[in-house]
Design a protein around this ligand. Structure first.
Ligand SMILES: C[S@@+](CC[C@H](N)C(=O)[O-])C[C@H]1O[C@@H](n2cnc3c(N)ncnc32)[C@H](O)[C@@H]1O
Length: 396
């Protein structure tokens, strides 16, 4: 999509075309039928960009809820945008913790996922992005959501942006190449890792969003790292600097509940031992934040293996930081044996969990050839060097 084609969507004609495209897609029309219907009243270019935008809005509902119907996107911008619930969690810390800031620069604002959440918390935000089309889309979003008094967006290179005059800096560097491929090494982020760290250090307070797999050794000692999961899926790590730090080095925060866990300095590495009555699978944010020992202590548990993040215990203790299963049977892993046990129990549907196991789950599913009425959870793991299958029940 070109910037001019995008601007055409913001004209009265463009808005009509977009509404028309949305109605057609909502009625179930496919792209060919919708194009034919729209071409009766709109140009080929407007038809194409309205249909693309309408599809992007549909996809954006998962991240932006009802706002998606008012906002504008590019495919890349939507892919990289922070979902509202995560952006709001971040914006809450900007606006309240431990001391509110008034004035923020978002140096890689994209289509405005975070920018909008910050402005909605009443902060004045200056958004900057290198890409002119992305900036046009972010501006349109600010206007569509009525935030133009609080948020301004300009085209600039973050590396050349000054952060002076701003209380806080937020940076969400690009972690994908133009083809969409993910970048895992922070040194390859755009802007560069050193630029990002320089920018966030230039104000009273700062935050950098990074991929959850960031190696712990790259996290500056002065930063607080927060891993955030949403409905059990780890979405990001946020590195907090300056006045935004809380004193905890690491934290795991679960959404939508907002429950948060920090290290307990009195704990050493968790003990390990044989399976108890229950198995606890820690949330991914807990594992990434290296807080498994804290969860093991909370459930009076121990690890099945010191290098694998499965906790076991004889007690069923509720924790938001792990999912508990009742252990039914522990088997040294063998396809034949597992199939026989599952068939004997009348299991037709299995949820397979694996950690520390090399088993190909899709192949296993096919090879099991189950047809019973019951369902079960099969946990594939290793204890020492031996592979195991642990048959469990869901607990509600
Ligand atoms: C991960 S996205 C930001 C997403 C945003 N936080 C949101 O929620 O919508 C990263 C953005 O950084 C921009 N970018 C990359 N290099 C940049 C640079 N040197 N200066 C400014 N922006 C840059 C990209 O164009 C992209 O829009």
């Amino acid at each position: 999509m070109e910037t001019d084609a995008f601007h055409a969507l913001l004209t009265p004609d463009g808005r009509r075309a977009l509404s028309h495209a949305e109605e057609l897609l909502a009625s179930g029309a496919d792209r060919v039928a919708a194009t034919a219907a729209m071409r009766r009243s709109h140009s080929a270019e407007l038809t194409a960009s309205a249909l693309t935008q309408a599809r992007l809005r549909e996809r954006a509902v998962d991240k932006f809820g009802a706002d998606a119907k008012l906002m504008y996107f590019t495919p890349h911008g939507l892919e990289q945008a922070t979902r509202t619930i995560v952006a709001t969690l971040r914006a809450e810390r900007f606006s309240s913790y431990p001391q509110a800031v008034d004035n923020v620069i978002d140096v890689c604002c994209g289509i405005g996922g975070d920018l909008v959440a910050l402005a909605r918390r009443g902060l004045t935000v200056e958004g900057v992005d290198l890409d002119p089309l992305t900036v046009a889309v972010a501006r349109a979003n600010v206007a569509a959501l009525g935030l133009q008094d609080l948020a301004k967006v300009t085209v600039a290179d973050a590396a050349e942006s000054g952060v002076a005059g701003h209380d806080a800096v937020f940076a969400d560097p690009a972690r994908r190449r133009s083809g969409g491929e993910r970048i895992f090494d922070p040194h390859a982020y755009s802007p560069s890792w050193s630029t990002v760290l320089r920018l966030v250090s230039g104000a009273r307070a700062g935050c950098v969003k990074v991929a959850p797999g960031i190696p712990h050794e790259l996290i500056p000692a002065r930063a607080e790292a927060e891993w955030v999961s949403h409905r059990g899926e780890v979405k990001e790590a946020a590195l907090w600097f300056g006045e935004f730090t809380s004193g905890a080095a690491r934290r795991a925060t679960l959404l939508p509940s907002g429950e948060t866990l920090t290290p307990d300095p009195s704990l050493g590495p968790p003990p390990d031992g044989p399976p108890g009555k229950y198995l606890y699978e820690p949330d991914g944010a807990v594992i990434r934040a290296h807080l498994v020992a804290e969860v093991a202590a909370a459930v009076n548990g121990w690890l099945l293996d010191p290098r694998v993040a499965y906790i076991t215990s004889n007690e069923l203790i509720g924790t938001p930081f792990a999912t508990a299963y009742e252990i039914e049977e522990v088997l040294p892993f063998s396809l034949k044996k597992l199939r026989a046990v599952l068939r004997h129990r009348g299991v037709g549907t299995v949820t397979v969990k694996k950690r520390g196991s090399a088993v190909d789950v899709e192949k296993l599913r096919k090879d099991l050839k189950l047809d019973g009425d019951r369902s079960a959870v099969v946990v594939l793991t290793r204890i020492g060097i031996k592979p195991y299958a642990i048959l469990c029940n869901h607990l509600r």
